[in-house]
Design a protein around this ligand. Structure first.
Ligand SMILES: Cc1cc2nc3c(=O)[nH]c(=O)nc-3n(C[C@H](O)[C@H](O)[C@H](O)COP(=O)(O)OP(=O)(O)OC[C@H]3O[C@@H](n4cnc5c(N)ncnc54)[C@H](O)[C@@H]3O)c2cc1C
Length: 393
């Protein structure tokens, strides 16, 4: 029986494992953590103090017959078809899938580590979201600087979602008149993709959120409470909410040269095959595909790789589908693929309901039970159809 080794039991790794039949393949999932978390909910922990349980043991999410090992992989030798971890086990395989997601790395920006340790953020863990919530709930007024410290980040809408959730919270608490929200971004506008920016920019203006475009964070001075950009622009803050740079996980991959400068793995944008290898794939946030780093992308890529392993022709279209909570009970979706730009899809209450429902059906999607619903939804919201309907209106 062929051995399939999956490094990372996150969204992509679990969906891929569950898409293979353990009667046909010997599947092992290795993860350094015991639990998998529903990351989109970090937002509601940080800005609403949500106590929803959003973690489940990885082993409980895998089909019977799939093996889970708790280990941190430190080295993978693709030529020798072997992986090594801290348990000193040698893992050998016929197919390997690296689905190790992203790792937050505040250290390249002087001063950011101190702020990250003190204030947390809304992107990296439940603990960091709770840390931020403790600062937000005790906030009495002043300037809040909120934004991303590097252009590479998971779930692009989540950055502005944070600013929208924050504004709604402050408004409801009666703190708006005593507060300035400064949203900084390395991109030229509030939302990087122009068609979606046209949809959300009026909301940003109406809610009094000041956008600082082209703000590439260079240093953080937490004593003087100043952020400085590479261009020399500054923001004085009372409360900093900074999503740290996203990097690939620290695994030594041999042969060398298969990771970019941020450690993301160089892979084919249609097949997710790691450059030069037919039996090695990088799925989800861990790869360098020219598409957004989201759970939906990881899901669709995992399905394609499972088909390729089973000898079926398949190819990833670059489809993205990021839910975007615009607060006050409305949401939209950022939808595009390699061949079609983001559609200017307007926010509605129904889309907000769908985003909230995802937190419930997420666990079913990991096991593959929601696939028929997704197939219908992805066809219904095909980016060609959406652009025909909304881009011209
Ligand atoms: C605030 C926020 C909101 C978001 N909203 C959405 C949304 O609405 N819709 C959406 O689709 N996506 C959303 N995302 C993005 C989504 O959560 C991620 O893109 C998705 O989880 C990526 O899946 P993955 O399998 O690639 O990585 P992950 O799910 O992050 O899993 C990676 C796994 O690899 C393991 N690992 C890492 N290094 C090692 C190692 N060396 N050895 C062993 N194991 C290792 C980790 O422990 C982890 O379990 C959001 C993210 C955030 C933070």
């Amino acid at each position: 029986m062929e051995k399939v080794l999956i490094i990372g039991g996150g969204a992509g790794g679990i969906i891929l494992a569950n898409s293979l039949d353990p009667k046909d393949y010997n599947v092992t999932v290795v993860d350094k953590d015991e639990y998998h978390y529903y990351q989109p909910w970090y937002l509601y922990v940080a800005f609403k103090g949500s106590k929803r349980k959003i973690g489940k043991p990885i082993a409980s999410l895998l089909k019977p017959g799939i093996r889970y090992v708790k280990d941190e992989i430190t080295e993978i030798n693709l030529n020798e078809r072997k992986a090594y971890g801290s348990l000193r086990i040698t893992y050998d395989y016929d197919y390997i899938i690296i689905a190790t997601g992203t790792s937050p790395d505040p250290d390249p920006i002087p001063g950011l580590r101190e702020v990250f340790n003190e204030y947390g953020d809304y992107h990296t863990s439940v603990q960091n979201s709770l840390k931020l919530w403790n600062h937000i709930k005790n906030f009495k007024g002043g300037t809040i600087a909120i934004g991303q410290a590097s252009p590479t980040c998971k779930c692009p809408p989540s950055l502005l979602e944070g600013a929208f959730q924050l504004e709604e919270y402050l408004n409801k608490k009666g703190l708006k008149s005593k507060t300035k929200i400064k949203f900084f971004t390395p991109f030229p506008r509030a939302y990087p993709a122009e068609p979606m920016n046209k949809v959300v920019e009026p909301m940003v203006e109406e809610r009094g959120i000041e956008v600082m475009p082209f703000f590439d964070l260079d240093t953080v001075d937490n004593e003087k409470k100043i952020l400085t950009s590479i261009e020399g622009d500054t923001i004085n803050y009372d409360l900093p909410i900074i999503v740290p740079p996203c990097k690939g996980t620290k695994i030594k991959i041999l042969p060398e040269g298969l990771q970019n400068e941020d450690r993301f793995i160089i892979s084919d944008k249609y097949t997710m095959k790691i450059k030069g290898f037919d039996n090695a794939f990088a799925v989800g946030d861990a790869n360098n595909l020219p598409t957004s780093k989201t759970g939906v992308t990881a899901h669709l890529e995992a399905k394609v790789v499972a088909n390729i392993i089973q000898g079926k022709y398949d190819k990833f279209t670059g489809r993205i589908n990021c839910p975007f909570d615009t607060a006050y009970g409305k949401a939209t979706f950022v939808i595009a693929d390699y061949d079609n730009p983001v559609a200017p899809y307007p926010p509605t209450r129904m889309k907000h309901f769908m985003k909230m429902s995802m937190a419930r059906i997420y666990w079913m999607t990991l096991r593959g039970y929601a696939d028929p619903i997704f197939d219908f939804y992805f066809d219904f919201t095909n980016p060609v159809k959406l652009n025909e309907k909304y881009a011209t209106s």
